[in-house]
Write a protein that binds this ligand. Structure first.
Ligand SMILES: [Zn+2]
Length: 159
């Protein structure tokens, strides 16, 4: 594996796609227990290897990102996250994932698609970027949309 540039959004596309595919596969495991929350998947990568992964837990329990980060000790300044949906910026039933990522010092975050939830809708990305975290949006977006869109629509309808 190419060790050069891993960890920055400039990571080579094949490698980045591979990790986002793993996050998508992880997200599919969330159904149906996670509903009405969307089935999000997250993998954390260190030195080119997946070191933690998680998917959305039933409402009131950790989101994918929080669950994955809880599996690792200490700072995450050499860790890159691949998440199928924009991390939440707001405190809901659980703490904001974007804020937790900042607090843990995560190095970079690759997001497949923005969260259309009006409480989020780009705010999670802004929160990360304002804190100096490198963020890319749109990696395998079409596939993420296929998995998540039906559940995001349900949520928007007040579920
Ligand atoms: Zn969250």
């Amino acid at each position: 594996m190419n060790g050069c540039g891993l960890g920055s959004p400039a990571m080579d596309a094949t490698t980045a796609n591979h990790f986002m595919q793993a996050a998508l596969a992880e997200g599919r495991r969330a159904l149906p227990a996670c509903l009405p929350n969307p089935p999000v998947g997250c993998v954390l990568v260190r030195d080119g290897v997946i070191v933690a992964s998680a998917h959305t837990q039933p409402p009131g329990n950790p989101h994918a990102e929080a669950g994955a980060m809880a599996r690792l000790q200490g700072p995450l300044d050499d860790v890159i996250a691949f998440v199928t949906l924009e991390p939440c910026s707001f405190q809901g039933r659980t703490p904001s994932c974007a804020k937790t990522m900042v607090e843990r010092g995560i190095r970079a975050v690759h997001v497949a698609m923005l969260d259309p939830d009006p409480r989020n809708d780009g705010k999670g990305i802004a929160l990360l970027r304002d804190a100096g975290v490198e963020v890319t949006v749109g990696l395998l977006e079409e596939e993420a949309r296929r998995d998540l869109a039906p559940h995001l629509a349900l949520k928007a309808n007040g579920a």
